[in-house]
Design a protein around this ligand. Structure first.
Ligand code: DSN
Length: 500
């Protein structure tokens, strides 16, 4: 019996064979020899991704080149430490990979130092916190925490630990105003490590009020003033944050995970570029930056040694294959084509926001400056969860999101978060944004809250008009058929060979 690769190579005219598809088939064939169900899931995921309009603001599609860099023997190497300072022998090739990735990141962002090992944005933030603690305060107790199983501590032990850390203060954007869990949210380790304070957006405008943040920072006097967000639709003035940090004596840290692509693509420059103003910047490469899943830290030279201690202080062994993939993505982001992409992410978001507003929707802050917007769905009589479910039933993937001071809380929410990074990667432009706004509007208008058994409105249930569902689904599929994800890949062939 012939193999999938043989079938592919013999079933096509030589000029129709493409390297990406050949590599994909060869890769899946190897996987399927051991785990056919795993190969099938990869192909099914491609089918799922092709069949859904991805509006999740934190997701994207990285290149097949980037994906190719992940699947190799670099994964076999332990390399704790950092280049030329490892706790294992034989790391010269991993050193080369990590050094290229770090140099590319430095060049891309104009940073003094880059640390490309963190496995996720949350890890990068914890490394950054420890680096700042290491650098800024006398911590005789630091070593003992390397041996501590933090997940087993009682509240009293946490309080004791914080005392040993000199009760240092962290001040970041409130979770309900768009901050991230790791920015001091009470359920996260960041709020256990630090005496944590939050600033909020202005209740009326929904915008950051720099004067109010300054006033609060002067009262709190945090060790770390943290800027950055997961759900704030506007640009941030980091020069102003720098002034506040200097005035209150804080280290300025920025989590730019969401908008790193807009920084890399030179959409956010000057006052809006955090790398120019912050002491330490964390990010993930897989959101607007369009790289592989993971994270990295950029910092001023002063913090380089402390940041390089990330592994083994906080992180497990580095993932060399993922650092290879990061290097490829950073190289891709240093092109004019990427800069055009980043500009389009922003212009598409602005166009989509305007289209939604013109259709009568209410947007948090009245629009967007970046890659995302928050739509208030209460005017449709829905919770965010209902809106998310209704749109998903029509082939649109996005997430519900709290609006600032949301009475519905983080489970039901009053809003949805909509982002343009992925659809822009597919090549969509302004006309398609108008189509997307129409789809969102028709689905939300065609959805009513579902009822409980007792006939009462249920926050999580929906009653979606079947005719609207059919029409919206057709519109989504028509749009996706014109903007195919990874067009080099022949999905029908892959399904025939690997999904039995
Ligand atoms: N989970 C990411 C997001 O969706 O914004 C942040 O880590």
């Amino acid at each position: 019996m012939s193999t999938p690769l043989e079938n592919y190579l013999t079933g096509k005219a030589p000029d129709k064979i493409n390297a990406a598809m050949t590599a994909y088939v060869a890769n899946l064939q190897q996987v399927a020899q051991v785990g056919p169900e795993i190969a099938a899931s990869v192909v099914k995921e491609l089918a799922t991704q092709r069949a859904h309009l991805k509006l999740v603001a934190s997701e994207n599609y990285c290149s097949l080149n980037t994906q190719a860099a992940m699947g190799n023997l670099l994964t076999d190497k332990y390399a704790e430490g950092f280049p030329e300072h490892r706790y294992y022998g034989g790391c010269e090739n991993v050193d080369a990979v990590e050094s290229v990735a770090a140099e590319e990141a430095k060049a891309l962002f104009g940073a003094e130092h880059a640390y490309v090992q963190p496995h996720a944005g949350a890890d990068a933030n914890i490394v950054a916190y420890w680096a700042i603690l290491n650098q800024k305060i006398e911590m005789p107790a630091l070593e003992e925490f390397q041996e501590t199983n933090l997940s087993n501590l009682t509240d009293e032990q946490w309080a004791d630990l914080r005392k040993k850390l000199c009760n240092q203060k962290l001040m970041g954007l409130d979770y309900y105003s768009g901050g991230h869990l790791t920015h001091g949210y009470r359920q996260n380790i960041s709020a256990r490590m630090f005496d944590s304070y939050s600033y909020t957006v202005d209740k009326k405008s929904g915008l950051l009020d720099y004067d109010a943040i300054e006033k609060q920072a002067m009262e709190v006097k945090p060790l770390i003033l943290l800027a950055g967000y997961s759900a704030y639709p506007r640009a941030i003035n980091f020069k102003r944050f720098r002034q506040i940090a200097d005035k209150c004596g804080a280290v300025l840290m920025v989590d730019m995970a969401h908008f790193a692509g807009l920084v890399a693509g030179k959409v956010f420059t000057g006052e809006e570029n955090p790398v120019e103003w912050a002491d330490i910047v964390t990010t993930t490469p897989h959101k607007t930056l369009r790289g592989p899943r993971g994270a990295l830290i950029l910092c001023k030279a002063e913090y380089a040694d402390a940041v390089n201690k990330g592994c083994p202080l906080v992180l497990g062994g580095p993932l060399p294959h993922m650092m290879a993939a990061k290097a490829i993505a950073f190289k891709e982001a240093r092109t004019t084509a990427y800069q055009t992409y980043a500009k389009n992410v922003q212009s598409n978001a602005k166009a989509l926001a305007e289209d939604c507003i013109n259709l009568g929707m209410k947007l948090q802050t009245g629009g967007t400056d970046n890659h995302l917007m928050l739509i208030d769905v209460t005017s449709f009589g829905l919770t965010g969860r209902q809106a998310e479910n209704a749109l998903f039933e029509c082939g649109v993937t996005l997430n519900r999101n709290t609006l600032p001071f949301d009475p519905q809380g983080p489970w039901w929410t009053s809003g949805i978060r909509v982002g343009t990074p992925a659809v822009t990667t597919l090549g969509m432009e302004k006309p398609e944004m108008a189509e997307i706004a129409t789809i969102i509007n028709m689905v939300l208008k065609g959805t009513k809250p579902g009822l409980t058994k007792e006939g009462k409105p249920a926050k999580g249930k929906i009653d979606l008009d079947p005719a609207i569902k059919k029409a919206a689904t057709e519109k989504v599929q028509s749009l996706l058929s014109r903007f195919v994800l990874y067009p080099e890949l022949d999905l029908d062939f892959l399904q025939k060979e690997f999904v039995k």
